[in-house]
Design a protein around this ligand. Sequence first.
Ligand code: MG
Length: 316
Amino acid sequence: MPFPPLPADRWRDAPARYPDPSLRVLDPRFERYLVFNAAVERIATGFRWVEGPVWFGEHDCLLFSDIPSNRMLRWDARTGDVSVFRDPSANANGNTRDRQGRLVTCEHRTRRVTRTEHDGSITVLADGYEGRRLNAPNDVAVAPDGSVWFTDPGYGIMSDYEGELAEPELPTAVYQAGVAAGAPVRLLETHDRPNGLCFSPDGSRLYVVDSGAPRTITVHDLTGGRPDAGRVFAEMAPGSSDGIRCDADGNLWAAAGGGRDGYDGVHVFAPDGVLIGQVVLPEHCANLCFGGPARNRLFMTASQSVYAVHLNVRGA
Ligand code: MG
């Protein structure tokens, strides 16, 4: 699959001419999801490595992590202002919300997954397994049964940049927390660097990104709430994916980076695994989420900037 670069003037000062060439149809099935007169917007910039976007509709804002800056930020959809939400953030990475709307966060420095209660207090959901510390939880998703599934690829302890340098104590794995009090359940040890994860809208499938080797997205059928060994859903070469989310039709929107201009951004896969479209960004995209009052706005955290685009589909 060729990934041609964008026109050279797309990210200069001039506005994009509709239809935005950043929105690329690779299969006719993608056309229905695009709005003719909506462009990809860079809504905030000046960060180091942004991750973990999560929408809070009741406050009309997006929260996201800037991992190396050791803080979480809040983008106000009404004013466009960015303010500090949490500082220090324990080098927080992925975020999501549980069934009660509470913020769930992966923390690199403290090597744990936490839940922020409605009163602001912090509950630790997982920080170890069989007496050993987690490496550095990366990303998190809430399962249909309300339990919290997260990945532990170890990136956050590989340097002092995104956490604190340390030797891993556990193999890389996917875990489930919140089933009962105490330690998480280890679900999968089959990925080199398990990273983003999400569930299909009907709850029958789990998708997991491997950003190590090989660079793939796997899909796992769920039976009785447990994933099978899975199979390759998408190959991400020449780059890699990171965070992923499904839309309401079951398409998988996958952050993409490390390829090149024309590749980096978001790759969209139909449920059958065919790459049907792209959102091409001028920066390596690490994660994304749906938000806005109708949940039809895609927010993308990409290196030093946050981008957004309105779509004709809602998040799952
Ligand atoms: Mg990640």
